[in-house]
Design a protein around this ligand. Structure first.
Ligand code: TPP
Ligand code: MG
Length: 649
């Protein structure tokens, strides 16, 4: 596009932009850390979006129908904060406290700050989660309200976001799903942290996005007029849009255009010279009220009727409609599991899980998700619902394709828009989406990961398909609630606990265990662990376990009893719940953990763990269990070895 805008035409706008630039470098200078390059280079892009297009309510960051904005290049946080300061959202103290303990202006944006729609920083996550927001918007527009839920999702990303593989995964799906209300603003400065982008990438971005069938626009990232026009065009597109904004990193710095300005404070002389070039106040954090008013007024004028009209429609809702939509607007995706009708006899736990999920979905429209091409294995297809597709945006089954990482980030985005989103794959592949799981936990999002085929008992698929360290590594993630039920009783209780709460959750299921026990009927999953079988004397061995192994553990305890050992069996279906409550059901001594994974999994509770500390093998399930020592006899002799001589019968 070639609209050269004259500086005069946009004189007041550029004044605001220059304020954003100077405030950003002042913040970074004051904090003695931060990334000035993007703040100087992308200020015009962010300004134009907020001033001319973004639909939002300055007074209410939680207005549900706001356009979403994700700063995927999270290192540009000071620019975002400067803008929020000028909009009257953040205080001078806030921006002076950039990156300081307890501030609402952390090093990278976090959702705890008003108007930050997603925590970002790990490159690629933001752009992928924005696809989830765009999915949520289409689904809710088609199922909840066409007039009250209709907004765009904007992303500001950099070269780094597009180099990350997750961006390919997510944008490929965005294209397949024709998410035309997704608009990506690409800060294309051809520089990354280490130097020129060309050191690591010579791909032709336009050709890449042509292949993705995106709507592609290229603009001068310094031209308000071009960016404004491009966004207008993007809004009319029938496909998702990328606006490639050609920018200069660190614009106006003596090192502009080089990686030197990417990520450390500028020198005092450089700051002074930038301010001189821009004709701005020399003293830090000084802004003109005129510019502030100009910016605010422009937005308020543009938004006044939009907000009134939305409110009018909302107020016209009938009470019961209001109640339903308010639940969504309050991001309340809790659901009280009543009596469910589902089949479970003689079925594997993953089949039962599928039946429960289907039964829940019939009553709970916020439940939506899919699988990374393993829905038939993970049993996560919602049978009475359609596929989520351009022809049926009311469908609730998302075919993520073999794109695990994007799946994780996308369900994060969906959850941020109020859905109870789930994604599924094999446990062994959970490593493919670990960075997204970490973001779920950091943002405390009510997503549900369903990971099946959870141990060596998957059998013949062999080493690469047998999870060993995955369960333990998931347990290492703070604020992640991993549920590993043994049977239908614990499974149903897991679903109940998950849906009653709004915690990031993982449901881990075996491939074909059909075990069921009377003893699990009185489970207390909300406590994380419970005594499944009580001891009879003061002198006992405690066996701790969960999931499929619990069946073997129960048998072992019965055999031990026959041998004259007293036993307590503790089932731990949700370790994080247990750690939260700390009910002290697991004594330190004479406690043995039994797990089909690395022993570390139970080291929190005991050093005596019967686990598997090597990779699996390709073999039949029973041969593998025997090989790794998980037969009743072998476990009993191991236990005798561990506690025998210390144990007085
Ligand atoms: C997943 C991930 N890897 C590495 C980083 C560290 N990092 C932050 S910014 C950056 C360079 C990104 O380049 P670009 O997006 O072009 O930003 P620019 O230098 O243009 O501001 C890197 C490597 C990160 N934040 N996230
Ligand atoms: Mg760059």
């Amino acid at each position: 596009m070639f609209f050269r805008n004259s500086f005069d035409e946009y004189k007041d706008d550029y004044k605001v932009i220059n304020h954003l630039r100077c405030l950003s470098i002042d913040m970074i200078d004051n904090a003695k850390s931060g990334h000035p390059g993007i703040c100087l280079g992308a200020a015009t892009i962010l300004y134009t979006l907020y001033a001319k297009h973004l639909s939002f309510n300055r007074e209410n960051p939680n207005w549900y129908n706001r356009d979403r904005f994700v700063l995927s290049a999270g290192h540009g946080a000071p620019l975002f904060y400067s803008m929020l300061y000028m909009l009257g959202v953040l205080s001078l103290d806030d921006i002076k406290n950039l990156r300081q303990l307890g501030s609402i202006t952390p090093g990278h944006p976090e959702i705890t700050t008003p108007f930050v729609d997603m925590s970002t920083g790990p490159l690629g996550q933001g752009i992928a989660s924005s696809v989830g927001m765009a999915i949520a918007e289409r689904y809710l527009n088609n199922t909840y309200s066409r007039s009250l839920i209709s907004h765009y999702t904007y992303v500001l990303c950099g070269d780094g976001d597009l180099e990350e593989g997750i961006s390919y995964e997510a944008l490929s799906l965005a294209s397949r799903l024709k998410l035309n209300k997704l608009i990506i603003l690409y800060d294309s400065n051809s520089i990354t942290l280490d130097g020129k982008l060309s050191m690591s990438s010579t791909e032709d971005v336009i050709t890449r996005f042509k292949a993705l069938n995106f709507n592609i626009l290229v603009v001068d990232g310094e031209s308000i007029k071009e960016i404004d026009y491009a966004i207008t065009r993007a809004k009319e597109s029938t496909m998702p849009t990328i606006i490639i904004c050609k920018t200069i990193i660190g614009k106006y710095s003596e090192n502009e255009g080089s990686n030197t300005v990417h990520g450390k404070p500028l020198t005092k002389e450089d700051i002074k010279s930038i301010k001189e070039k821009l004709n701005m106040y020399e003293s830090p954090f000084t802004i003109s009220n005129e510019s502030v008013e100009y910016f605010k007024n422009m937005i308020d004028k543009r938004m006044y009727l939009v907000l009134r009209e939305w409110e009018r429609k909302y107020n016209n809702l009938r009470e019961e409609e209001k109640e339903k939509i308010d639940k969504l607007f309050n991001l309340d995706c809790t659901y009280n599991l009543g009596n469910l009708d589902f089949e479970y006899e003689n079925l594997s736990l993953r089949d039962i899980s599928g039946n429960i999920l289907n039964a829940i979905s019939k009553e709970f429209p916020l439940l939506m998700g899919g699988s990374a091409d393993l829905s038939s294995s993970c049993k996560t297809r919602l049978k009475e619902s359609k596929d989520f597709d351009p022809n049926s945006y009311d469908g609730r089954n998302i075919n993520f394709g073999i794109r695990e990482h994007a799946m994780g980030a996308i369900i994060n985005g969906m959850a941020l828009s109020g859905l109870r989103a789930f994604g599924s794959t094999f446990l062994v592949f959970s490593d493919y989406l670990k960075p997204a799981i970490r973001m779920s936990a950091i943002m405390n999002l009510p997503v549900l990961y369903i990971f099946t085929h959870d141990s060596i008992t998957v059998g013949e698929d062999g080493t690469t398909h047998e999870p060993i360290e995955q369960l333990a590594s998931l347990e290492l993630i703070p604020n992640l609630y991993v549920y590993r039920p043994y049977d239908v009783n614990e499974l149903l209780a897991s679903f109940r606990d998950i849906l009653n709460n709004k915690k990031p959750s993982v449901l881990v299921l075996p491939r074909d265990n059909k075990g069921i026990s009377e003893l699990t009927k009185n489970n207390r999953i909300e406590d994380g662990a419970y005594i499944l079988k009580e001891e009879e004397t003061k002198d006992y061995v405690t066996l701790i376990s969960n999931g499929e192994e619990l069946g073997l553990t129960i048998k072992v305890s019965e055999s031990l009893n026959a041998l004259g050992y007293d036993t307590r069996v503790v089932s731990i279906p949700c370790m994080q719940n247990y750690l939260d409550k700390d009910l002290k059901l697991i004594p330190g001594k004479r406690t043995i953990g039994i797990t089909y994974g690395v022993s570390d999994y139970f080291y929190r509770f005991t050093k005596n763990v019967i686990g598997i500390n090597e990779f699996g093998q390709s073999a039949k399930k029973d041969d593998l269990l025997d090989y790794f020592g998980f037969t009743e006899e072998k476990i009993i002799s191991k236990i005798q070895e561990l506690v025998g001589d210390k144990y007085e019968k």
